[in-house]
Design a protein around this ligand. Structure first.
Ligand SMILES: [Zn+2]
Ligand SMILES: [Zn+2]
Length: 256
């Protein structure tokens, strides 16, 4: 399984993009930096987008890719919870902000929404997808994506602490996890449903106690203005756990 980090941050700038992952060039998870990272022909190769929650930085490029694909006569499947679909249909693809690509063209709409049910594994284009609720203050799911060779990655989406319940459902070789701010912002992280390096440390200790191992860990959703501090503190966590933890960057390629 090849994973490309298209967007690794919580803020967009010339150098940073909103969170977005690409699996084997066919499956996208979250649509932050999706269209801004892929050529039109790469966008046409996509078969499905999995959305974790409705925050703008995670759904931003859904209308953008819908327009691009509709002009090419192509289409794409979007998997999400009913909450996310309703928000997109009511506030974005509503015929006022942008066309209703979920209804147009009538013969075969560009976007087809498919609702996911947490804890129920689903087969999507040859992958087993498992959506697991995380702690972000509003309905948010992380996704475990497994292929037929038994390789699995889990992306937590935006989440605060308290992931012990999640860990019992998962067995990933790769964990892509939210660390938005450094340790000095712990109160902010707790209030907004995100992790700091020290909160990450506690979650990983519980993972290892429960599962008996630690997967390879990639940290995403950093605030770019605080990234140096995050990187230094993540290195301390990696050393204390004696494991590999890498801070993601746009264009990073991973293989499991
Ligand atoms: Zn969020
Ligand atoms: Zn976010």
């Amino acid at each position: 399984m090849n994973i490309r980090i298209l967007g690794a941050h919580n803020c967009e700038s010339q150098a940073t993009r909103f969170v977005c992952l690409l699996i084997d060039d066919t499956l996208a998870i979250d649509a932050g930096g999706l269209t801004s990272s892929l050529s039109i022909s790469e966008q046409q190769k996509l078969k499905a987008i999995l959305l974790t929650h409705q925050h703008y930085d995670h759904i931003r490029d859904v209308p953008a890719i819908a327009l691009n694909l509709s002009l090419q006569g192509a289409g794409i499947e979007v998997y999400c919870t009913p909450e996310v679909r309703d928000i997109i249909e009511t506030h974005i693809l509503n015929g006022k902000v942008y066309p209703k690509f979920q209804e147009l063209p009538e013969a075969k709409p560009t976007l087809s929404f498919n609702l996911i049910t947490p804890y129920e594994p689903e087969s999507i284009h040859g992958y087993e997808i498992l959506a697991i609720p995380v702690n972000h203050g509003l309905t948010t799911v992380g996704y475990q994506v497994s292929n037929s060779e038994g390789k699995a990655m889990f992306y937590t989406a935006d989440t605060g602490p308290g992931l012990l319940d999640c860990w019992q459902y998962l067995c990933p070789q790769l964990l892509i996890i939210d660390v938005t701010v450094p340790n000095s912002y712990e109160e902010f992280a707790m209030n907004t449903g995100h992790l700091t390096p020290s909160l990450l440390n506690e979650e990983l200790i519980k993972f290892r106690e429960l599962k008996g191992y630690l997967p390879r860990i990639i940290v995403v959703h950093m605030d770019p203005t605080l990234e140096k501090e995050i990187e230094e503190e993540v290195a301390v966590v990696a050393e204390s756990l004696n494991t590999l933890i890498t801070v993601a960057h746009e264009g990073m390629q991973l293989h499991i």
